[in-house]
Design a protein around this ligand. Structure first.
Ligand SMILES: Cc1ncc(C[n+]2csc(CCOP(=O)(O)OP(=O)(O)O)c2C)c(N)n1
Ligand SMILES: CC(=O)[C@@H](O)[C@H](O)COP(=O)(O)O
Ligand SMILES: [Mg+2]
Length: 621
């Protein structure tokens, strides 16, 4: 790592002669592989952006010129070159650096990201701000072919294409992959652009200065192409000057092309072609497996996971197949998260009823609404955090028309290493205020399956939330039994304190209750809330405690407080849940404990608020 160790900022990089960039890329790629294999993180995408990152920081005057990375899961080479090489060993760990760009982490991280398809909008904002302020600098959005499928990217292109006097460059990093294989008509279109790539390069000759080797090639091909009609690319129709495709691993193409583009005014569009996993054979062969691995030995590759407890994702995947076998009306929908949402088997078994709609959460929800209008029963499998994208569609297109759509919300609550951007902390608060919605939180794997069946059988919009990772290890019954709607259950009878637990908080609540001899209710439904059970518990206990793995404000605890107020009951009540602040990356178990949401934390909070001993006369406010 002789060269890489001397690069502490892009300024150091810019001192290198061009001939040294290729060997530097070799060192950088080796560093990324070694580092991710020790920490876990996103690998395939980062191996693919090594040369592009070097070229961008080499040609542009960063941080004055702004690079906006889309999603940001491909920014490890960028982090390494911008002074964070040493901190890569702390990646995605508590108090360590983030796996995504963050403005508070580095001045080179111009825009915080992790949800996709925001880069062109943000870079356009920066480009127009520069113009407004009379500053001469460039804004560059780097967006993947997967992220490009989102409507937001096209909204931004549409907006940007009319400004002839801005310094905006959009780089499409086309590796022909999303997390899983790419889908849809855009992918077909990009493939067509690729197949006519020399042709496209030829037609760019007149508009831009190409590097000498390409110019030579283009000239020859232009001869060849004489007489043929050359349609404009879609990106040109949007008002961009389209260049490419060029090889995104070839610094001899990348650097001069970027240098040329830097001198052109107006919206520029550069199409680069890269390979996910480039340079590490195992990742090249299976970029899906190496998209976001845990720790592994690079010499051996990722070993098959040992059979352990079922994850909630697996519970969902199994249920989906069983329910689909039982009901032909079931349609499974994923916005580009086939593996993460547990739909690999479903796609194999029911290919005609499987839809990966691309990174298009808004469309996924309204598409489901359309299917439901025609009597089908769509199941939208979506991470809690990504449903935020489809909120208006959920209200306006699904709930308002009381359509029969099931939402399977994976990654509810804290997710760990991905941090605040991916935390599913808000769904209870943002779903329970929507009329017609049924909202359930699963306490264990078996209940998760029962809730999914309940949501599916319910003739209207219903959501089931469950967390990332393994459950508590209970046996999952293989039937498709439904739960009584809006009914909770007492799981432990105690005295004095009643803990009303929602979802994953049932297990720690039961553990905390042992020392306190408290009653514990598994509330199951956040909406409709079991108001009768709340009333009974209030009447038979001195104080109530609500506990949920979700934002306290407006969440399940708030629902209980509202029910008490509605019934005219005044009772000491303690609400436990996630605080009103963003919680950074780290180990999910550790983070929950930090928020006081493990058994010890729940017990301590109750003791602190209501004191020891029975009857609890002390109520500390
Ligand atoms: C709004 C949103 N939906 C889904 C995701 C999950 N996600 C992260 S990366 C990714 C694939 C992105 O593909 P692409 O932009 O082509 O980048 P590549 O992984 O190929 O480098 C997806 C679906 C996300 N981050 N944001
Ligand atoms: C970048 C991104 O959004 C995904 O790759 C995400 O990191 C996946 O998270 P899971 O590992 O929870 O599926
Ligand atoms: Mg891609």
């Amino acid at each position: 790592m002789d060269m890489l160790n001397k690069i502490n900022s892009p300024a150091d990089l810019r001192k290198l002669p061009r001939t040294e960039l290729q060997p530097l890329a070799g060192e950088l790629r080796a560093f990324v592989l070694d580092s991710v294999s020790k920490t876990g993180g996103h690998l395939s995408s980062n191996l693919g952006t090594v040369e592009l990152t070097i070229a961008l920081h080499y040609v542009f005057n960063t941080p004055a010129d702004r690079i906006v990375w889309d999603v940001g899961h491909q920014t490890y080479p960028h982090k390494i070159l911008t002074g964070r090489r040493e901190r890569m060993s702390s990646l995605r760990q508590f108090n360590g650096i983030s796996g995504f760009p963050r403005r508070d982490e580095s001045e080179y991280d111009t825009f915080g990201t992790a949800h996709s398809s925001t880069s062109i909008s943000a870079a356009l904002g920066m480009a127009l701000a520069a113009k407004t302020k009379g500053e001469s600098r460039h804004a560059i959005a780097v967006i993947g072919d997967g992220a490009m499928t989102a409507g937001m990217a096209f909204e931004a292109l549409n907006n940007a294409g009319v400004y002839d006097d801005i310094n905006l460059l959009v780089i499409l990093n086309d590796n022909d992959m999303s997390i899983s294989p790419p889908v849809g008509a855009l992918n077909r279109y990009l493939a067509r652009l690729m197949s006519g790539k020399f042709y496209a390069a030829a037609r760019n000759v007149g508009k831009t200065m190409l590097p000498a080797p390409m110019l030579e090639l283009a000239k020859r091909l232009e001869e060849h192409a004489k007489g043929m009609i050359m349609p404009a690319t879609m990106f040109e129709e949007f008002g961009f000057n389209y260049i490419g495709p060029i090889d995104g691993h070839d610094l001899e193409s990348l650097v001069p092309t970027l240098q040329n583009l830097k001198n052109l005014k107006g919206p520029q569009f550069l199409h680069v072609v890269t390979k996910k996993g480039q340079g590490y054979k195992l990742a090249e062969a299976d970029p899906v497996l190496y998209h976001g691995p845990g720790k592994f030995n690079p010499a051996e590759g990722i070993k098959p996971a040992k059979a352990g407890k079922l994850t909630y994702t697996q519970v969902f995947g199994d249920w989906l197949c069983d329910q689909a076998a039982a009901d032909k009306r079931l349609i499974g929908i994923t916005p580009a998260m086939r593996e993460g949402s547990g739909m690999v088997q479903f796609e194999q078994r029911f290919p005609d009823r499987y839809y990966d709609v691309g990174i298009a959460e808004q469309h996924a929800v309204t598409f489901a609404a359309g299917l439901a209008c025609e009597g089908l029963k769509p199941v939208v499998a979506i991470y809690s955090t990504f449903l935020q994208r489809g909120y208006d569609q959920l209200i306006h297109d699904v709930a308002l028309q009381n359509l029969d759509v099931t939402f399977a919300l994976d990654r509810a609550g804290l997710v760990g290493a991905d941090g605040a951007t991916h935390a599913g902390n808000y769904d209870l608060a943002f779903l329970r205020c929507i009329p017609n919605m049924v909202v359930m939180a699963a306490a264990d794997e078996n209940e998760c399956r029962q809730m999914l069946s309940t949501a599916f059988q319910y003739n209207g919009p219903a959501a089931v939330r469950y967390p990332r990772g393994a459950g508590i290890g209970v046996t999952v019954q293989q039937d498709l039994q439904v739960l009584p709607l809006g009914k909770g259950e007492i799981r432990r009878a105690g005295k004095g304190i009643a803990i009303l637990a929602f979802g994953t908080m049932l297990a720690p609540a039961l553990a905390a209750a042992e020392a306190l001899n408290a009653t514990v209710a598994n509330m199951r439904f956040v909406k409709p809330l079991d108001a009768e059970l709340v009333r009974q518990l209030a009447e038979t206990h001195e104080a109530l405690v609500t506990v949920e793995e979700g934002a306290l404000m407006g969440g399940a605890g708030s629902a209980v407080a509202e029910a008490l107020a509605e019934a005219g009951i005044v009772k000491p009540i303690l609400h436990l849940g996630l605080p009103d602040k963003f919680i950074d990356h780290g180990d999910a178990v550790q983070l929950l404990a930090m928020c006081g949401l493990d058994a010890a934390g729940i017990e301590a909070s109750i003791l602190q608020r209501f004191g020891k001993g029975e009857p609890r006369l002390v109520v500390n406010n």
